[in-house]
Ligand binder design. Structure first.
Ligand SMILES: Cc1cc2nc3c(=O)[nH]c(=O)nc-3n(C[C@H](O)[C@H](O)[C@H](O)COP(=O)(O)OP(=O)(O)OC[C@H]3O[C@@H](n4cnc5c(N)ncnc54)[C@H](O)[C@@H]3O)c2cc1C
Length: 396
């Protein structure tokens, strides 16, 4: 497809947030350019890919890009005492993310999105209400000089450390955990597909270590505050610690995944008349669970609606509905839980907390954390119905 010299919307970043937003905007008839520095979307993936029930119900994710359903969770204390939780529902499915990104990209292309892989966003400038973007294409060693693209609106879907956010003078993420994991084939774990979560302040300070096993694929990872641990040796330690729980003797390592996860809650200032932020760039991650895939789908769908309305009306007031300040109020309890998680570092205290959770009367709290349906507010319902434009198709 030939490049245009000018676009309605340019989206930087083709992770889940950018892909979701691009296909919805193009289906509204807008000229959309999608840019990513990656060559293909199945490399350098930043997620385990665990989708929660709420996302699986509300969005029509392609079934063949998802692993078998998971209904069971086991929470381990630092001394490896288990608390087993089971749901009647199919709570989680691990996305085959490379495949899912490629599928969404095909849908983007089908809807008319122009795709520019292997291209980095460098900067932008504005004059006469139009933006000029400087983009750099090519492999580092065989680089091509930067090219300029004109666009009416810019969307930053460029992840947790967003350059677009900085250039648009919007808010930047400032609190992170880091996660690193191995994707394995051939692990043997007795019982049904399961999510195993390990609370251990040495292996995963401020977060958890995890094994997500759906019978076909196993993800084994650690996450925590980068100032408090070194993730690579922690992952190796974790692997040897769980030898009595999961048989890894015949595994084949398929991939290593890693990334920063913003956990300070959705940012307040995420839109202006030049551009807006979605996904990790907007801090749209649950501060407690560090789940960002559901927020990616919801906030990107809402952003597509707002941008469509803004570009057709030219009314800056429309953008006021896209305010992190409004969504943030729903995060208060999770932000408090995050603060507690970041300060409790004594294994004995965590052991005691786990013992309390094992008591029948507190069991429902653990159920609520793992099987609750409130990871991110339903931003699509945010405004008064009278103000709302028809909804873009946010499923499929
Ligand atoms: C190890 C790990 C495991 C996780 N597991 C889960 C999970 O199981 N479930 C869950 O709900 N959440 C999980 N999360 C969080 C969730 O994955 C993220 O919130 C979500 O993937 C963010 O998607 P995104 O599209 O905003 O960003 P990304 O997926 O990071 O995409 C950003 C894209 O922007 C591109 N880019 C960046 N800068 C530029 C530039 N200058 N020019 C061009 N392109 C650029 C990058 O190449 C990338 O493709 C996990 C996070 C990590 C790190």
């Amino acid at each position: 497809m030939l490049m245009r010299s000018s676009y309605d919307v340019t989206i930087i970043g083709a992770g889940l947030a950018g892909l979701q937003c691009a296909r919805l905007l193009a289906r509204q008839g807008l000229h959309v350019l999608l840019v990513d520095r990656k060559n293909t979307l199945d490399q350098k993936i930043h997620t385990t890919g665990i989708f929660v029930r709420r996302t699986l119900v509300d969005f029509d994710l392609p079934d063949d890009c998802l692993g078998p359903p998971i209904k069971h969770v086991t929470l381990y204390s630092p001394a490896l005492r288990p608390l087993e939780l089971a749901s009647h529902h199919e709570e989680f499915r691990i996305g085959r993310m490379g495949q899912l990104y490629q599928r969404y990209l095909q849908q983007c292309l089908h809807a008319g999105v122009h795709w520019l892989p292997q291209t980095s966003y460098l900067s932008h400038s504005a004059s006469n209400g139009k933006l000029t973007l400087r983009l750099h294409s090519g492999f580092p060693r065989k680089s091509i000089s930067p090219r300029s693209i004109r666009t009416r609106y810019l969307i930053g879907a460029d992840g947790a450390r967003s350059r677009v956010a900085r250039d648009l003078k919007l808010e930047l993420n400032s609190e992170w955990i880091v996660g690193v994991e191995s994707v394995l084939h051939g692990a043997v774990l007795d019982g049904p597909p399961q999510l195993l979560c390990f609370l251990d302040p040495k292996l995963a300070p401020g977060y958890i270590a995890w094994i997500a096993h759906d019978g076909e694929e196993t993800h084994l990872g650690v996450g925590g505050y980068p100032s408090l641990f070194d993730p690579i040796p922690a992952l190796q330690d974790f692997r040897s610690r769980v030898a009595g729980i999961i048989d890894l003797r015949k595994v084949k390592q398929i991939e290593t995944r890693a990334g920063f996860i913003p956990v300070g809650g959705v940012l307040r200032n995420i839109a202006n008349s030049t551009g807006l932020l979605i996904g990790d760039a907007a801090g749209a991650v649950s501060p407690l669970t560090a789940g960002g895939l559901d927020p990616c789908m919801r906030l990107s769908s809402f952003a597509a609606r707002i941008v469509t309305e803004y570009l057709s009306s030219g009314d800056v007031e429309v953008l006021q509905a896209y305010s992190g300040e409004l969504f943030r109020s729903r995060f208060a309890s999770r932000l408090w839980a995050r603060r507690i998680a970041s300060t409790v570092r004594q294994p004995q205290l965590i052991e005691l907390g786990c013992a309390v959770l094992r008591l029948p009367m507190f069991n429902s709290l653990a159920h609520h954390v793992f099987f609750g349906r409130g990871s991110f507010p339903d931003v699509m319902d945010w405004r008064e119905p009278a103000q709302s434009a028809p909804l873009p198709d946010c499923t499929g």
